[in-house]
Write a protein that binds this ligand. Structure first.
Ligand code: SF4
Length: 478
């Protein structure tokens, strides 16, 4: 599960989406769903509700709990709603980019929120601007609204179908369109989008979310996923499903299982806790070593550390304690404050670490700077040996499908060997989970892979124009 603050050295998810159709308290349900998806974005959040005639939108910077007061929710009536949590990249942190986006056009009223990164957004935007479109934000989600508004199709659903066909890249989309909720996933299915159902006295209520943990909170049950290339409409005729395009080679983001998603979610049909524990079990086979204790780097390393401990028989202990209440104060400070920031966030338990040979388990290693500080912290707490184990392969390439990654130049594994990284981090041994074992852990065992592993292989599942330029910049996503 993502850390919400820098300076922790993690990739960041960009967004979480939620939608509900057929409940008189739709905005309240969306509010609860967004609480469960807060880990997918802490910069801003928003809800758009509708009674089938008007769309009511409220969005703001900050956390869900701070944005949606009782009076704000009272101003969001209707039987359907969509919601969004957003994490922004540097430079685009503004309420203008908060979602959902909402407009009224010649086909009716429409509001949209999305998770992902539309890789041809800049080209589409420039074409739309040539035809008179005026953009208010830098987010690529706004492009979708303009495509719908400029479409010659008669209805919102037809115009949306046409717009989806023009998009490249990754998108899991939730839309309020007229009297319906429409959701869709890109043909590769990069980002997750689950379907849930609540049974009420007044009939079924349909819900959609980036992760199933959002269903648990509202007593909805998971009935499956929106398929790659599929568009699902919840409306007066119940639930209708259709493929707006042929599915492409599946490329589900494996990093959802490695790190992003909550362990209590089912993502791409697989429980995340199970896949992470299996990563830990398999990791114990990569470079077997005798040690006194397995210590997870909290919170995201916990499930893999448990699996490692079960497989190896080495006891598990919480030798590092995380402070959950550190704010974003430490973004972009001086180096001295950054060091302080890591110590503020994690504290060693000397009684567990002193005199021991310790295996530290983490889910990923991006720049290596935080790992170096954590190893030093564990040594200073008296550990005799420190062995670092990472429950995924070395991260060597940036992501262009909705995940905030540093540039290739900043990724330590893109530029150094495993032994050079070990020396930099100053641990006794370092090992990563191999790609084959990661595939096993997420049950990707068919002849044709269903996952994207591009940040570990550099092999991108879609064609990327201007790849050299992309490698040195950080795109503005979702
Ligand atoms: S490049 Fe990595 S983070 Fe991006 S979609 Fe693929 S697996 Fe996920």
């Amino acid at each position: 599960m993502p850390d919400e603050e820098l300076p922790f050295d993690k990739l960041h998810e960009e967004c979480g989406v939620f939608a509900v159709y057929g409940h008189s308290e739709a905005a309240n349900l969306a509010h609860l769903g967004l609480h469960a998806l807060q880990h997918r974005g802490q910069e801003s959040a928003g809800i758009a509700s509708s009674d089938g005639k008007l769309i009511y939108t409220f969005k703001s910077m900050g956390h869900v709990a701070d944005i949606f007061t009782a009076s704000v929710l009272n101003g969001l009536p209707g039987y359907m709603a969509i919601g969004h949590t957003r994490y922004s990249t540097a430079g685009d942190s503004s309420v203008l980019n908060a979602q959902p986006f909402s407009v009224s056009c010649n086909k009716g009223r429409i509001a949209v929120a999305h998770n992902g990164n539309i890789t041809n957004a800049a080209e589409l935007r420039s074409e739309l601007e040539d035809h008179g479109a005026i953009f208010q934000a830098s987010s690529d989600s706004e492009v979708i609204l303009h495509l719908v508004a400029h479409s010659n199709q008669r209805t919102l659903a037809e115009a949306l179908r046409e717009a989806l066909m023009l998009l490249d890249g990754a998108f899991s989309l939730v839309v309020v369109a007229g009297d319906s909720i429409i959701v869709a996933r890109d043909p590769h299915g990069f980002r997750p989008l689950a379907i849930g159902r609540m049974n009420t006295a007044k009939g079924p209520v349909y819900v959609f979310a980036s992760e199933t943990c959002a269903f648990d909170l509202i007593d909805a049950h998971y009935i499956g996923d929106v398929e790659p290339g599929e568009m699902v409409i919840a409306g007066p005729n119940g639930l209708t499903r259709e493929f707006y395009t042929l599915p492409d080679r599946p490329a589900q983001c494996v990093f959802e299982h490695v790190y992003f998603s909550r362990p209590d979610s089912i993502v791409f049909g697989v429980p995340v806790q199970q896949s992470r524990e299996l990563m830990g079990r398999l990791l114990s086979e990569e470079l077997p070593i005798q040690a006194d204790v397995i210590v997870p780097i909290p919170d995201s390393g916990v499930a893999a550390a448990l699996g490692y401990s079960h497989a190896s028989g080495i006891p598990f202990a919480h030798g590092l304690i995380r402070n959950h209440y550190v704010g974003r104060t430490f973004i972009e400070p001086s180096q001295a404050i950054r060091d302080f920031g890591v110590r503020l966030k994690l504290n060693p338990v000397r009684e567990i670490l002193a005199g021991k040979s310790v295996i530290l388990v983490d889910d990923s290693l991006v720049r290596g700077t935080t790992s170096q500080k954590i190893v030093r912290m564990v040594r200073n707490a008296g550990a005799r040996e420190v062995h670092l184990r990472i429950s995924c392969p070395p991260t060597i390439s940036p992501c262009f499908y909705g995940v905030d990654t540093p540039t290739k130049r900043e990724l330590i594994a893109a530029n150094q060997t495993v032994d050079e990284i070990r020396q930099f981090i100053d641990c006794d041994t370092l090992a990563y989970l191999s790609l084959d074992k990661l595939s096993m852990a997420v049950r990707d065992t068919n002849a044709e892979s269903h996952f994207c592993y591009a940040c570990y292989t550099g092999k991108y599942p879609t064609e990327l124009v201007n790849i050299e330029e992309l490698m040195t910049s950080r795109p503005n996503r979702c």
